[in-house]
Design a protein around this ligand. Structure first.
Ligand SMILES: CC(C)(COP(=O)(O)OP(=O)(O)OC[C@H]1O[C@@H](n2cnc3c(N)ncnc32)[C@H](O)[C@@H]1OP(=O)(O)O)[C@@H](O)C(=O)NCCC(=O)NCCS
Length: 167
């Protein structure tokens, strides 16, 4: 399997927000943005792996400002790091009023996607070859998030083992 660059996985989804995307306050529902991030991440992961993929986890999702109905939402996704069968995909969300034409950063998400073979089992993915300093930084930060996640899981399991079992 030949290594691929993050740029080869780059995927962009653009959608115009309509009435059906609104929450009760009249802005875009956060769940709509999460779904678009999941779709953009899925496309990037498929481009990298050349396989069907599933979402194993949405590790982080920030919302830094509301998006209005009538605005365009752009989700840009690239693979940040890969392990054996899993990949971290970073997604940047920007909102834009088509009339004003100015884009603003409204969310960042990190998702773990797993490549799946025809029998539905996790399957190895090509290595990632970051080229730019930004791509290397994203890879280092993805490794840190993974280590933190695994450490947290270990700590929780250890704490559960230490708890007295209920009678
Ligand atoms: C994700 C899934 C395939 C993992 O299956 P599994 O039996 O745990 O397989 P493995 O233990 O071999 O793990 C496979 C990879 O998934 C990763 N993984 C598993 N659970 C994870 C989690 N909760 N968070 C992050 N990564 C996870 C493992 O670290 C491993 O990565 P690696 O091979 O790069 O080291 C399985 O849990 C699944 O099918 N989940 C449902 C996915 C789904 O329906 N998503 C929503 C719709 S797409």
């Amino acid at each position: 399997m030949d290594a691929k660059t993050p740029e080869q996985s780059r995927s962009v989804l653009v959608r115009w927000m309509g009435i059906g995307d609104a929450n009760s306050a009249g802005f875009v529902h956060g769940g709509i943005v999460m779904k678009l991030c999941d779709e953009a991440a899925g496309i990037a992961a498929i481009r990298h792996s050349g396989c069907r993929v599933v979402t194993a986890a949405m590790d982080r999702m920030t919302f830094t400002g509301p998006i209005a109905i009538g605005e365009l939402v752009t989700c840009s996704a690239t693979v940040n790091a890969v392990w054996r069968t899993s990949m971290e995909v970073g997604v940047r969300v920007e909102a834009e009023s088509p009339r004003a034409g100015e884009k603003r950063h409204t969310s960042t998400a990190y998702l773990t996607m797993v490549a799946i073979d025809d029998d539905g089992r996790p399957t190895p993915v090509p290595a990632l070859e970051p080229r730019s300093e930004d791509e290397r930084r994203r890879q280092r930060e993805a490794e840190l998030r993974r280590r933190n996640r695994l450490d947290e899981r270990e700590q929780i399991l250890a704490a559960r083992r230490a708890e007295p079992s209920p009678v």
